[in-house]
Design a protein around this ligand. Structure first.
Ligand code: ADP
Length: 219
């Protein structure tokens, strides 16, 4: 286990998104304070997080009482109640916190959050929507895009390169994608090397332009 000290993080809003963030941070070894106005959620996550508190975080005085300034980062995971989300970000930024992450539901919500002090604004629903659209292509098993053009995807090895070492199939020159990793059935992913032969049912991790990955998946 690493002895690197993990930083304490404040997560405000324990809905679906906030809970996923908080639980993942805990698994990564961070101390997480989870806060929600909903007593039921506070109780539900109490056994799994370092600490949980029931509070309305729209007031700077409440956040001060929670010791918000002692945290290295805060995640404001309130989406539906835009007023509460904006007031919470504003209060955190008034207290001097400069690593504030916030969830937005619309572009205008995001613009307001950025103006009120959120350095990082995320759109989980929009990102997931884009991802699902690509995953509807049944050959893609996982997909992460970076901007509108570039992506990394996991996919079943396409027919045209089966039985060949990667040096022969020349995926980058012919299809515009780089094969980064290969997973044989029942084994873990390994880095792809020129000599790696691709077998039926192998899974590949590839990077490249989105259009090239889509095309490569059905060659
Ligand atoms: P999700 O779609 O991720 O479930 P929601 O916006 O529906 O997101 O949930 C946000 C959570 O934030 C809810 O659990 C809600 O009780 C909580 N919340 C809303 N307003 C406040 C507030 N002022 N202070 C703390 N928590 C809040």
């Amino acid at each position: 286990m690493s002895d690197r000290k993990r930083k304490p993080i404040l997560v405000i809003g324990l809905g679906r998104f906030g809970a996923a963030v908080a639980l993942t941070l805990e698994r990564m070894g961070h101390d997480v304070l989870g806060v929600d106005v909903d007593a039921r959620l506070v109780q539900e996550f109490a056994p799994q997080l370092t600490k949980t508190v029931e509070a309305d975080c729209t007031e700077a005085t409440t956040l001060q009482r929670l010791g918000a300034t002692d945290f290295d980062a805060a995640v404001v995971a309130i989406g539906t109640d835009i007023e509460a989300s904006v007031l919470t970000v504003l209060a955190l930024s008034d207290l001097g916190l400069n690593n504030i992450w916030a969830k937005a539901t619309t572009q205008s919500h995001a613009r307001i959050l950025e103006r009120t002090g959120a350095g990082h604004v995320v759109f989980p629903e929009q990102r997931m929507g884009e991802r699902v659209a690509h995953l509807l292509n049944e050959r893609l098993l996982d997909f992460i895009s970076f901007g509108n053009e570039f992506a990394i995807a996991r996919l079943e090895a396409p027919e045209a390169i089966l039985g060949l070492p990667l040096v022969t199939s020349r995926c980058r020159e012919k299809y515009g994608v780089t094969v980064v990793g290969v997973k044989r059935e029942g084994q873990d992913f390994l880095h792809a090397i020129p000599d790696t032969i691709i077998f039926p049912k192998d899974e590949l991790v590839v990077s490249g332009k989105i259009a090239d990955i889509e095309r490569f998946s059905s060659i």
